[in-house]
Design a binder for this molecule. Structure first.
Ligand code: PLP
Length: 373
């Protein structure tokens, strides 16, 4: 049963609170685009691309229509397609695998680390083949994947390392920004992400000028000038309205990420000693807690109890990708990725967003403590 807004004491995410806090800047950005009537491309998109590239410590950012488009265009710009294999995690949002499949390449899954929920480099090593072209780790829940080990593997086998950073805007791996450590980083600005647009939007960041140029052309019908098309591309541009809103929100991102980390640390303190498995310690990484995820075998019962107390919890993700009906032709039976499957059965996302009050968090913790040992 879905909770109606008046029943929710603590939502999983509260976008209206975020938009209220930034209302003036957002309204000014929207008014600017309306006044200019430049809705496609133009200075707003260029400005946001420059700002976001700099934020990610990369030379280039290319704004695109979504995070899914960011991944697919990056793979296509690297000429990855039929006959090629791309290694990724089965414990992610479906779009990670979907983007690979849309290029005609094959998805090859490797299991995750049980503590970080991210690709396990040892498992990746086992599935590298002569057809492998890329490794596509996901920084799940905002926590950077084990990029050191993955980068070494990619280097040793001549593979492209492409980061799916859709959940990790501003996170750091041993000081380096996520998105800046492989050949490209792919971001989603889906509204509920740490940096969200007012609809679908995304970006690719890279230090490779030729790659950026090819993605720029592919996102815009393979164009080299207004009516000259060098290759068959896509209508996957970033709208000026989204770019302007993203520029207005970007200066708040670091502060909001700090707030997420503070709230996560507070959850850790207050839930210590319970039967819940809490997020693993940072260990050289700096998570931006897109989601705060605990584990418990009583997950489904706890979600129902929280709901009746007006608290929205979530599951990211209940069905691993290798067990999705859409991928049944891969013939990967239950049991193929045991670490992923155990996580999918037990993970529980608790409410966390920068504007969440400590009183709301206390209420979640007190309710939860009554339900778990
Ligand atoms: C890990 C991951 N990859 C890819 C995507 C796809 O992004 P989008 O919804 O912007 O296409 C998402 C977000 O929804 C995601 O969480």
């Amino acid at each position: 049963m879905k909770l109606s807004p008046q029943d929710v004491t603590v939502p999983l995410v509260d976008l209206s609170a975020q938009h209220q806090a930034m209302q003036t800047e957002i309204n000014t950005a929207i008014a600017r685009v309306l006044a200019s009537s430049r809705f496609i491309g133009g200075p707003e998109v260029q400005r946001f691309e420059a700002e976001f590239a700099s934020y990610c410590d990369c030379r280039y950012a290319v704004g695109v229509a979504s995070g899914t488009a960011a991944i697919e265009l990056t793979l296509r710009a690297l000429d990855i397609g039929p006959g090629d294999e791309v290694i990724t995690t089965p414990f992610t949002f479906f779009a990670t695998a979907e983007a690979i499949i849309q290029t005609g390449a094959s998805v090859v899954f490797a299991d995750i680390d049980p503590d970080t929920y991210n690709l396990d480099p040892a498992a990746v090593q086992q599935v590298v083949s002569p057809r492998s072209r890329a490794i596509l780790p996901v920084h799940l829940y905002g926590r950077p994947a084990e990029l050191g080990g993955l980068r070494t593997l990619a280097k040793n086998h001549g593979l492209a390392l492409i980061e799916d950073a859709a959940q990790a805007h501003g996170a750091r791996y041993h000081g380096q920004r996520t998105g800046s450590m492989g050949v490209a980083g792919c971001f989603s600005f889906f509204p509920s992400k740490n940096l969200g647009a007012l609809g679908d939007a995304g970006a690719v960041v890279t230090n490779d000028e030729a790659l950026a140029e090819r993605i720029r052309s592919l996102r815009d019908h393979g164009r080299s000038s207004k009516y000259l098309h060098q290759e068959v591309g896509f209508g996957h541009r970033l709208d000026a309205l989204h770019a302007a809103v993203l520029s207005a929100k970007l200066p708040h991102l670091d502060h909001n990420n700090i707030r997420r980390r503070q709230l996560a640390a507070r959850y850790n303190d207050m839930l210590a000693g319970t039967d819940l498995v809490l997020p693993a310690a940072d260990n050289g990484t700096e998570s931006v807690y897109h989601l705060y995820v605990v584990r418990t075998p009583q997950r489904d019962a706890i979600i129902e109890e929280l709901r009746s107390a007006g608290i929205e919890a979530g599951v990211h993700y209940p069905v691993p990708l290798h067990l999705q009906p859409a991928l049944r032709s891969m013939n990967l039976a239950s049991g193929s990725f045991p670490v992923t499957e155990a996580a999918a059965d037990t993970v529980l996302s608790l409410p966390l967003y920068p504007e969440m009050t400590e009183a709301q968090q206390d209420y979640v913790v007190n309710t939860l403590r009554k339900l778990v040992g």
